[in-house]
Design a protein around this ligand. Structure first.
Ligand code: GLU
Length: 552
């Protein structure tokens, strides 16, 4: 028997299947021309990073807009780094952003689709088939170098100023004869399996990236580890086998993987598999002290998507923001298509930015504010309630105590050409309107008036206002009443009048409104006063005014 075959049989005696069997088990997908098959392939090593949400969302968007397939694969081959429960937690967070696969890993006990298993640690047998074939062909070999040996190799390379790594003359085990390797294996020596590269670092290879276009990268000459001593492959090898048998058409992933592309293409070539198309997305950056740096898990709260979920940023607002950093024409499209859903936008690789995208929290806020202002009162109530159900029991209670009342508050200056932009995220709602509920009103401390207003004068204004209060009037007439009360009490009808002759007045009508506002809300800033009064209703307004008079 050929010595390489003998070696392969010695290493994988139980592996009987062949690549051809796998091809049969995972037949080509039956999809229309142009349909993209994309995947999000997280490692369960922690929380969902904002950059990962970006990648996952872009993958989903390309798949759905082309009537393709978006699936999720859990890449857990680095079991030392795995965090229990992280896979399911990632899925939950993705789902909160409506980024959900139609196929693949759905939970630790559930998956969908015929190309599974979709968890790499459950695919060990599949990888072994392919590795066995590579060993048979003499394109992969066992390496017995210990970590100490590899460390000292590195030291020597550093000291002699040569490129570090396991390649060419430094790849000691590559030169072992199959007989020698078999001897060691029979001896019980521990080993990994390396890919035998026939590349040359000095050669440039032409690669094509969907976003970056034609690139020239150095050919790979490293004999990378493809199979570890724990029986699982490394990322490089596993993703390649999976993308082949799961029939991924486009590998869309972070820019940090671009340098590995020559290795991946070389592996595809060696195996005779057709490589998918590759697109490397820009990394999300942040400016700090004038310098750009990657959004960092350790330093930046906004690096974790939970930051946005907990505070109640509308998730579709956040996705819109991600579209603005994905495609340079998104904002223009949005301003011309205010009534459309963000999913109607057609994402393209050609409009993707190449430089690291700068993360801009203010822009996220503006987009979210705009979005919340365009909702109907029912929509914002539904969304606030759904968020409160998970993150804020107090708000949930407030809404459920009287949904119509809450909706009426939400409806203040909503609708029309220029709706009010009161809220950026759901956690701002309760603090902004809590005074509309007695429980919170009673607990609150009253803000003081501006310095022009004395307590005596405020009392007089409130007393006189009570005499004329009529909330059945329209806003203009109601305001006229307020002005008249102000005039009787020594306040100018408007700011202009007041400015002309400050000494003649105690203040202006704005101050009069402030007195009333502080009385009913205990604060100087509120949404539209007229509407607040109407929603509170005559009795409650009267009671709050009387209470205020009594304590001033
Ligand atoms: N598991 C890799 C990661 O978490 C996925 C890279 C890829 O999409 O190919 O970064």
């Amino acid at each position: 028997m050929d010595k390489y075959i003998e070696l392969a049989e010695l290493i994988f005696p139980d592996v009987k299947e062949t690549i051809a069997d796998l091809e049969k088990r995972y037949p080509a997908r039956n999809l229309k021309e142009g349909a993209m098959v994309t995947r999000f392939a997280p490692s369960p090593t922690g929380f969902l990073h904002t950059g990962s949400l970006f990648t996952a969302f872009i993958c989903q968007k390309f798949a759905t807009q082309s009537n393709g397939v978006f699936y999720i694969r859990l890449e857990d081959t680095d079991q030392k780094r795995e965090i229990k429960g992280a896979g399911e937690a990632l899925l939950k967070e993705l789902k909160a952003f409506n980024v959900y696969p139609t196929e693949g890993y759905l939970s630790d006990t559930l998956e969908e689709g015929i190309y599974g298993p979709y968890v790499q640690s459950k695919r060990a047998d599949i990888y072994k088939v392919v590795i066995k074939e590579l060993i048979k062909r003499g394109q992969a070999y066992p390496c017995f170098c210990s970590s100490e040996e590899l460390a000292s190799l590195r030291e020597v390379q550093e000291a002699t100023k040569v490129r570090t790594g396991y390649y060419k003359e430094y790849a000691k085990c590559r030169y072992l004869k199959p007989e020698e390797a078999m001897e060691k294996i029979k001896n019980g020596d521990s080993f990994v399996i390396r890919f035998k590269s026939n590349g040359d670092e000095k050669n440039k290879i032409a690669v094509f990236d969907e976003i970056r276009g034609h690139l020239e990268l150095s050919e790979n000459d490293q004999d990378i580890v493809i199979y570890k001593s724990d029986g699982l492959p490394t990322y490089h090898f596993a993703h390649l086998v999976d993308d082949h048998f799961m029939h991924t058409t486009h590998v869309i992933r972070g820019e940090e993987w671009l340098p590995s592309l020559p290795i991946h293409l070389q592996l595809f070539n060696t195996l005779g598999f057709e490589a998918p198309k590759y697109a490397h997305l820009p990394v999300i950056m942040k400016v700090e002290n004038g310098n750009r740096r990657k959004l960092s898990k350790r330093k930046d709260d906004e690096a974790a998507v939970s930051f946005f979920l907990k505070q109640g940023y509308p998730t579709d607002g956040f996705l819109e923001y991600l579209l603005t950093i994905a495609n340079s024409n998104y904002e223009e499209w949005r301003s011309e298509n205010l009534d459309k859903s963000l999913y109607d936008f057609i994402l393209t690789f050609s409009k993707m930015s190449l430089d690291g995208a700068l993360f801009d929290l203010d822009k996220v806020k503006n987009i979210c504010k705009e979005l919340l202002s365009r909702l109907t009162k029912e929509e914002i109530t539904d969304r606030a309630l759904a968020w409160a159900n998970v993150y804020d029991k107090e708000l949930e209670e407030v809404i459920l105590s009287d949904r119509n009342y809450f909706e009426a508050i939400m409806n203040i200056e909503r609708g029309g050409e220029k709706p009010r932009k009161d809220y950026t995220k759901y956690d701002e709602i309760l603090p902004a309107i809590s005074f509309m509920y007695d429980k919170y009103y009673n607990e609150a401390t009253r803000e003081s008036f501006n310095e022009r207003i004395s307590n005596e004068s405020a009392k007089e204004v409130l007393t006189k206002y009570l005499e004329v209060m009529d909330l059945t009037k329209d806003e203009v007439n109601w305001f006229n009443d307020l002005k008249s009360v102000g005039v009787i009490c020594g306040y100018a009808e408007n700011n202009k009048e007041y400015k002309k002759n400050k000494d003649a007045y105690k203040g202006h009508v704005g101050d009069v409104a402030e007195i009333l506002r502080v009385a009913i809300a205990k604060r100087r800033q509120t949404p539209n006063l007229y509407h607040l009064l109407k929603i509170l209703g005559k009795e409650k307004v009267k009671a709050r005014i009387l209470e205020t008079i009594s304590v001033l």
